[in-house]
Design a protein around this ligand. Sequence first.
Ligand SMILES: *Cc1c(COP(=O)(O)O)cnc(C)c1O
Length: 363
Amino acid sequence: MSIQGYANQFICDLVAYEPGKPIEETARELGLDPDKIVKLASNENPLGPSPQAQIAIQKVMSQAHIYPDGGGYQLRSALAEKFQVEQSQVILGNGSNEIIELLCHSFLNPKASLIAAEHAFVVYQLMATLFGAKYIQVPDPGFVHDLEAMADAITPETRLLFIANPNNPTGTLVGQQEIDRLMERVPDHVIVVFDEAYYEFLGEKAPDTVKFVRENRNVVVMRTFSKAQGLAGLRIGYGLAGADVAALLQKSRQPFNTNAVAQAAALAAINDTAHIDATVQNNTVGLDFFQNAFEERGMEFVPSYANFVLVKVGDGDRVFSEMLKQGVIIRAMRGYKLPEWVRISVGTPEQNERCLEVLDQVL
Ligand SMILES: *Cc1c(COP(=O)(O)O)cnc(C)c1O
């Protein structure tokens, strides 16, 4: 018998996550100059990493031979102070994606179920599958999470309910009223996870979910340094959780799950408001640019609250590969069961113009 026969069946059946195509790989395969390639495929920060973080990284490098503070004391203190929660309620992750995995370690097994929206961030399904748990998808009319229907889907076996807000890849947002109503209905055996990777882009429109953390409800608010702070390559994110949930997540992690360089960079990036403001401003302009262009061309798109936009192009795979040949990387959406759509991240004004020019040619 092959070794596959001895592996967990749900691993053998798993369809691996397909990330945005890397610039170097594209350059190699197509013989292009990597410096001329425009990547608008992974919702990265087009202005680069926080300059404050870059300075902090230089300083900490001479201590790279020392193991990191596994407890992340400084970074967790700073986050606790910023959001007015207890330090024990802050969990660090190797990217906020790791917090998803820690939740699964704590709560999922083949008898448990996870609820998410039909077009939710695909990592939830991936993780549910890895832990052999049942994945319940709730229809999201108009690509907006239907929180009433998600609450209706809760059973005694449900442990996790994910709300990506705004959601990736749709860019849609659910508001305070719907969230408050859900939190009135949700029973104690379910942990509600607010995945707020694009929180900084919302400004005043951001619903208050940290209040549930302060009330020690069974919630986790997940955020990341990958997007607005531009630290995706360092892998650092965090969760704010009700005390009981937080204690379980702390036990589920590896001793040194976040590294010293990432911790130092994140600590500096928290207060780099100049960079965050410039990032949000660039994003507002870029989103307007794309959405106005799509409107002018009569193309269907989903109005976005994040740093990317979902647009209908007919054959998404074809548009992706034709644009790739011209050195513009976007994201095809077949993996999200949206074969007619592509997702485009907002870049710098020059990158956005180049992307639109190539998109026009291809269409
Ligand atoms: C980008 C993103 C994340 C963040 O991932 P990291 O692991 O922190 O880089 C989490 N959730 C959603 C919905 C995202 O789009």
